[in-house]
Design a protein around this ligand. Structure first.
Ligand code: FES
Length: 577
């Protein structure tokens, strides 16, 4: 095979059979000043960019893209940056999750439809990471991830404050009358004082760590701060590496397999990662046609201690995590206990073992060891029972140990609107042993499965100093949130899952260690209540949201659209010039 016909992009730029097509494809590109020799059959590298001023966590991505380009040029490739839908966690309403699948479609079609041989995914804010991985997985070209990196630690009035986690605390303090509205506003810029994504171990940093654990990036991808020169060096080296990945035909499915997902689940437990990882990893696996189930979280997450002492489970922030050694140290500690699949391949062509075996820890309080972990049994736990036949999840490292086994009276809210209306009603029949239950906030019910599962506690209990209660819903919660919060209950109430049958004053029994969650009712009562149950469904008759509601799958299978699951490859069958 000659150099000119070696790569996919040659079908656009070097076709001998379709000279007119070639003229159009090359000629129009030349208007950007690209010299002729860049079209000589060298690897064309797409830089898939989620930059947007409306996604502040990714606001520095044009600069990161420039570093990637330098690396691509140095390795003899031709970099071309392109924008895709950028799902901003902080701005998009009703919830960014509603648009994760839409963004993944954009990514998939943009990669497949263009003359791209390999792709660099620039991702950061929560949903931008899974949406890019999902879209790229369905095409399955050589692919490398570059995260944008976390913000520097927040500093406010002599204390460090973490993105999200600090907001929940400040909000509770405001509700309890401990701080003023002005104090609350002053904390904003103190928290978000540099470029980058949330610097707690929220969903963004968790997903950055998952990218690293899956082998989809160079080591240290997750933790280098967004403004640290080493972030730009990593981007440069990733640009250099993707050119070789194209030459080696190292496509995404050669790196990511079931064993890499097992590694990622274990790393998630050890970092005290976000509950959202459960849903995103399921969706990414679905695109790669890998059978990843909630039972894999049970199997692989079992007995994994949380080592990383970061908010919301612990004390520190991502900047501290990087200086302590970052994800490589966590991986090394898992390797030392024989807990990882050591031979899993990574983007640099080495195994996860080779990359991380010599990692050094520089601060044992930030990254603890197995002998003195932050939480002994920290992985995500799966609960099942007559409320959640297809499962629900809880993150024990962010919960109150005393509530891990509990029986309490349900206080039910049929919708998030009803919750807001009633939660601070002084006459609400609730005490600290009650269990708050929120319905109709699942994938179809909200729609988009909002991050409302960490319901605020009633003001009257907050004022009495109550800090945590059990909360159950079919919603998600922010990765930066904490508390004894049971999420993703499946099937959801809006499709008459049994959560819908729970009513005020029903007794609910939870046992996290045994993995059970039941309402103490006869099956016949549950059935008859469900028969008469009227779900509160969103009134959406057209547009993307209608398609989403009609096709979204349940939380336990990743909440992808049913027709997007699987690989569709990179071949384009027809073209038009
Ligand atoms: Fe973007 Fe948290 S809001 S990462």
């Amino acid at each position: 095979m000659t150099k000119k016909n070696k790569f996919r992009s040659s079908n656009w730029y070097n076709s001998k059979d379709h000279k007119r097509d070639t003229f159009v494809h090359r000629g129009w590109m030349r208007n950007q000043g690209h010299p002729n020799h860049l079209f000589d059959g060298r690897p064309v590298i797409g830089i898939c960019n989620t930059w947007s001023e409306l996604t502040p966590c990714n606001g520095h991505f044009r600069e990161i893209a420039e570093s990637v380009k330098k690396g691509v040029y140095e390795a003899g490739g031709f970099p071309l940056e392109f924008p895709v839908f950028s799902a901003s966690e902080s701005n998009l309403r009703p919830t960014a999750m509603l648009f994760r699948n839409l963004a993944s479609m954009d990514v998939e079609e943009a990669i497949r439809g263009n003359p791209i041989d390999g792709v660099v995914l620039l991702m950061g804010c929560d949903k931008t990471t899974p949406s890019l991985l999902m879209g790229a997985a369905s095409v399955d070209l050589p692919t490398i991830g570059v995260s944008g990196g976390p913000m520097l630690n927040g500093h406010h009035r002599g204390e460090t404050i973490g993105s999200g986690t600090g907001v929940w605390r400040l909000d509770a303090d405001l509700s309890a009358g401990k701080i003023t509205e002005d104090d609350f506003i002053e904390a904003e810029i103190s928290m978000s004082r540099s470029k980058g994504n949330c610097m707690t171990m929220g969903t963004a940093s968790t997903m950055g760590s998952m990218v690293e654990a899956l082998g989809m990036s160079l080591p240290h991808n997750a933790a280098i701060p967004a403004v640290d020169a080493r972030r730009y060096s990593l981007a440069y080296m990733s640009g250099k590496r993707i050119v070789d990945m194209v030459k080696e035909n190292l496509i995404m499915s050669k790196i990511v397999n079931k064993k890499s997902f097992e590694n990622a689940i274990k790393v998630n437990g050890a970092i005290g990662g976000s509950t959202n990882a459960v849903i995103h990893l399921a969706a990414i696996a679905g695109r790669l046609e890998i059978d990843l189930k909630l039972s894999d979280w049970e199997k692989c997450g079992k007995d994994i201690p949380t080592l990383v002492n970061l908010q919301p489970s612990g004390k520190y922030l991502m900047e501290d995590f990087y200086y302590a050694g970052g994800v490589p140290v966590v991986i090394k500690r898992l390797i030392e206990k024989n807990l990882l699949n050591n031979d899993s391949l990574t983007a640099n062509g080495k195994t996860i073992f080779e990359n991380n075996k010599n990692a050094k820890c520089w601060n044992d309080d930030v990254i603890k060891n197995f002998e003195k972990p932050l939480v002994n049994d920290g992985g995500i736990k799966i609960l099942r029972g007559n409320i959640a036949p297809d499962g629900a999840i809880i993150k024990p490292s962010a919960a109150t140990p005393e509530l891990m086994k509990h029986k309490g009276k349900a206080v039910v809210f049929e919708s998030v609107e009803e919750f807001h209306e009633k939660i601070d009603d002084p006459n609400l029949d609730v005490d600290q042993n009650s269990i708050l239950v929120l319905k109709n906030c699942g994938p179809k019910g909200y729609p988009g499965m909002a991050e409302v599962g960490n319901m605020r506690l009633p003001q009257k209990l907050l004022k009495r100093g109550i800090k945590d209660m059990i909360r159950i819903s079919d919603a998600r919660m922010s990765g930066t949130a904490y508390g004894t919060v049971i999420l993703h209950t499946a099937p959801e109430a809006a499709i008459k899952g049994p959560l819908a049958a729970v009513q005020n004053n029903d007794m609910i029994e939870i046992d996290v260690e045994r993995g059970t969650m039941n309402v103490l009712l006869d099956d016949s009562i549950i059935k008859s209540r469900l028969k008469n149950y009227e779900p509160i469904l969103p009134e959406i008759k057209s547009g993307y949201q209608k398609m989403y509601i009609d096709h979204v799958t349940q939380a336990d299978t990743g909440a992808d659209l049913d027709f997007l699951v699987g690989k569709r490859g990179s071949e384009v069958k027809r073209h038009s010039h």
